[in-house]
Each structure stands twice: as C-alpha cells, then as structure tokens.
Design a protein around this ligand. Structure first.
Ligand SMILES: Nc1nc2c(ncn2[C@@H]2O[C@H](COP(=O)(O)OP(=O)(O)OP(=O)(O)O)[C@@H](O)[C@H]2O)c(=O)[nH]1
Ligand SMILES: [Mg+2]
Length: 275
C-alpha cells in the first residue's frame, strides 16, 4: 500500500495563523467528526492552545453510531474536556454550545465581551456549525484588527464570534488515521488509493455495515467481501465478471452518504491507554 504524504510547510503556516488568531480569542470551538473524534483532531492544536479554553464539537452526529458517541461523551468528560454533540446540517445540539461556552467563564468579570472562534480540519462542518450557531439574530460588528484582514466579529448572546473559521490541516500520525480521514471525506481520494480504502472499510467495518445481511461473508478476506458486494449489487463488467471498480466507488459513496447506516470508525481508548 502506498504511503500517505503530508507537507510540513502547510502545517507550519496554519500553526502561525492560528497562533496569531488566538491572541484575539477567549475561547475556541474545535469541530471534529463524531465518527473519528481522535483522527479528526490535529494534536498540534493542544500545543498552540496553551491554557486557552476549548469546547469540542462532535459534529455529523447523525452519521455516527449513537451508542459509540455516548461512550465518547463519557470519555471526554473523564478527560475534563467540554464536549457537545451536534448536527451542523439541521442544527441539532447547537443551542447547547452557548450554555457550555458561558460555563467556561463563570467567575469572570461580568459584562466583559468574550470572543470566540471556530476551528477544525477540512470538511468537518465548520461553516455549517458557524451558520447554525449565529442564526438570524446575529449582527456584524468591527473588523478584526491586524494581520487577519477580512474577518469580522459578530455579536451574539453576549459573545463576539469570528465570522470565518480557522482551518487546520489534518494530522496523519498513522496510516489508519489517513484511511479514516479519507473515509469521512476530509482528505481527498487522490491521496489514498480508493481500492485500498474500500478494502480497509470492508476489513474493519464490513461486519457492521452489512450486519443485517445474512449472506455477507464475514469470515472471508476483504477482497472476497468486495466481490460479494459487486455481485449483490449486480455490478457486472462486459464479460459478466464482477465490476470491482464500480463496487469500490459505490461502497465509498454510500458509506459517505450514511446510506449504509450510522457507523463510528473509532471507539474511545480503554482505561489506561494513552490518547
Ligand atoms: N450529515 C451531515 N452532514 C453535515 C453536517 N455538518 C456539515 N455537513 C456537511 O458536510 C459538508 C462540509 O460542511 P462544511 O460546513 O462546508 O464544512 P467545513 O468544515 O466548513 O469545510 P471546509 O471549509 O471545506 O474545510 C457539507 O456537505 C455539509 O452539508 C452534519 O452534522 N451532518
Ligand atoms: Mg468552510
């Protein structure tokens, strides 16, 4: 299998920009994908944040397994990381963010403007969340001073929210991180070969994806499972043999659309293991 490459220059630049931005913020809202709460977190953020408070959003909760998301909620609470499960598409859970945000400032001088910003890796739903968060009552205020021109503050519910989210590149600490990120659509398919990706999905999550189907060959290798999928869907090439390319594309597409059910790709680490 091909190695996944990332460009260190991108990270250095993103880190610089975020560090600059953080000077103006009192609280950061970090959007993650509920299906991969760890792989969708760029660990460099911890270092950039220092002591600044952060709220983690588990977005796209509608695509994740609710039971696993519940386990993540417990895990984050144990780490003392404030977490909110949301759906940036329909707005579910969004309102709770304000309460959790206000709780970060209990004991602070009242009446003081608290500034917050949204950050995350590509495609996790930063813009959707921001739109939902601000709703219609939001009013634009001044521009952000300094280097980050073009950004504006929006006054809402006693906060000032930066109108543009901060973008962090995904951090690939392992090959499986790369697969997971590609499966949820945060890194492009050109970076990870689609055939490998489909095999990875089958091998690790096939049993869950096709749990309701007695004909799924759970004991067979992923290649065979992919063949099974092609035949099941009647994806046949000209000679009548299974069309694997079509099977690969259909499997990935349907998974990403959530059409194969609500599947989480990561479980919380068990007690004692490191995060
Ligand atoms: N099913 C589902 N889809 C979502 C949710 N939130 C966002 N999306 C979809 O995910 C895609 C990416 O959402 P965006 O809000 O554009 O994500 P982003 O992080 O701003 O993306 P970039 O700016 O490209 O990095 C869009 O197609 C959204 O409709 C969610 O909670 N559930
Ligand atoms: Mg966006």
């Amino acid at each position: 299998m091909q190695e996944i490459q990332w460009f260190p220059g991108h990270m250095a630049k993103a880190k610089r920009q975020l560090t600059e931005l953080l000077r103006y913020l009192d609280l950061l809202i970090e959007v993650r994908d509920a299906r991969i709460p760890i792989a969708s977190h760029n660990r460099d953020l911890d270092e950039i944040l220092g002591k600044k408070p952060v709220i983690v959003l588990l977005n796209k909760m509608d695509l994740a397994d609710p039971e696993v998301t519940g386990a993540w909620r417990v895990w984050f609470a144990a780490q003392k990381i404030p977490v909110v499960e949301v759906n940036g598409k329909n707005g579910r859970g969004i309102e709770a963010i304000w309460k959790v945000a206000a709780a970060q400032f209990v004991g602070n001088r009242s009446g003081q403007i608290k500034r917050l910003g949204v950050v995350g890796i590509p495609n996790v739903g930063k813009s959707s969340v921001l739109n939902r968060l601000l709703g219609r009552g939001a009013a634009r205020t001044g521009n952000l001073p300094g280097v980050t021109r073009g950004k504006q503050w929006i006054k809402y519910k006693g906060f000032e929210v930066l109108d543009t989210p901060g973008l962090l590149p995904p951090k690939l600490t392992s090959r499986t991180d790369g697969y997971k990120l590609a499966l949820v659509g945060t890194i492009r398919d050109e970076i990870v070969p689609v055939h490998d990706l489909a095999l990875y999905l089958m091998e690790n999550y096939g049993g869950k994806l096709f749990a309701g189907d007695d004909s799924f060959p759970e004991q067979l290798p992923a290649e065979e499972q992919l063949l099974w999928f092609a035949l099941k869907r009647k994806f046949l090439a000209k000679g009548g043999e299974p069309d694997l390319n079509r099977a690969v594309m259909a499997l990935l597409h349907e998974f990403r659309q959530g059409r194969l059910g609500r599947i989480s790709l990561e479980q919380p680490p068990t007690a004692g293991s490191v995060y």
